[in-house]
Design a protein around this ligand. Structure first.
Ligand code: KIV
Ligand code: NA
Length: 277
């Protein structure tokens, strides 16, 4: 497979070939994104809930993110590999943000970082891009701010709110972001912002008019049992396969049909066995 680059993503957007982005959290999921042709693999901080059992992305640490990014990176070559900067890792000051982004690149082995926010984080985005760390923006619904936003709600439904999101998009592009995730906004706004930017937009609940789409692995595979947003489509039912596997194993062990003496066990020469006895 050809390596996906910031330039090839831009070409894809210009050619109107939708960009596919999917989250991955470990070696096997990273490997799957690699093997089946995903363009951008995101080690999302949804890692917090779907893999680590935290109740919010705000619990995720830099150590958690570095550890999982590295595992994904071991299985990933062709897709552009991006990691979310955890809540708090880019909010204190520019120096901390640079240090943490550098850690994700050097230790986590990712190629770019994603940051939630608009005009208030532009200074940080400008600094990171100026020193050669590719930045993906993320505006609209910001899961890291779910408490101050009073939940996970659709954004940009009023004219004033929509204007604010458009301004954020322009500011992030101006600061050097190579792409922007648009989360949970009206589809007309998703298309409009996409038409006004020269960098690709990646939508999640932003309608079909963005340059690409992203979903969370566990939503796609039906392995997440929590809330399901309107924008989720389940493309596979891995949960029922897992149930089949675990229940089948328990059943076979309990009724002694597993393991089979001939097919699933080892033999010993009769002579050796007699000596042993
Ligand atoms: O954390 C995540 O999984 C994300 C995407 C779904 C955009 O940020
Ligand atoms: Na995220």
């Amino acid at each position: 497979r050809k390596k996906v680059t910031i330039q090839s993503l831009r070409e894809q957007a210009v050619a109107q070939t939708p960009i596919t982005m999917l989250t991955a959290y470990d070696f096997p999921t990273g490997r799957a994104c690699e093997s089946y042709g995903i363009d951008v693999t995101l080690v999302g901080d949804s890692l917090a809930q779907v893999c680590l059992g935290y109740d919010s992305t705000t619990r995720l640490t830099m150590d958690d993110m570095v550890h999982h990014s590295r595992a994904v990176a071991r299985g990933s070559t062709s897709p552009l590999l991006v990691a979310d900067m955890p809540f708090g890792s880019y909010h204190t000051n520019v120096e901390d943000a640079v240090g943490n982004a550098v850690r994700l690149v050097r230790e986590g082995r990712v190629e770019g970082v994603k940051l939630e926010g608009g005009e208030e984080i532009v200074e940080i985005v400008r600094k990171l891009t100026s020193i050669g760390i590719p930045v993906m923006g993320h505006i609209g619904l910001l899961p890291q701010r779910h408490t101050s936003m009073s939940g996970y709600r659709v954004q940009g439904k009023t004219a004033a709110d929509a204007k604010g999101i458009l301004r954020s998009a322009a500011a992030l592009q101006g600061a050097g972001a190579f792409s922007i995730v648009l989360e949970a906004i009206p589809h007309a706004l998703g298309s409009y912002i996409t038409s006004k930017l020269s960098i690709p937009t990646i939508g999640i609940g932003a309608g079909p008019g963005t340059s690409g789409q992203v979903l969370v692995w566990d939503d796609v595979m039906s392995t997440w049992s929590g809330h399901q947003a309107k924008f989720v489509r389940r493309f596979a039912d891995v949960r029922s396969e897992v149930e089949k596997g675990v229940m089948g194993y328990i059943g076979a062990v309990r009724c002694r049909t597993f393991p089979d003496t001939k097919k699933e066990s080892y033999e010993m020469d009769k002579a050796e066995w007699d000596l042993f006895l």
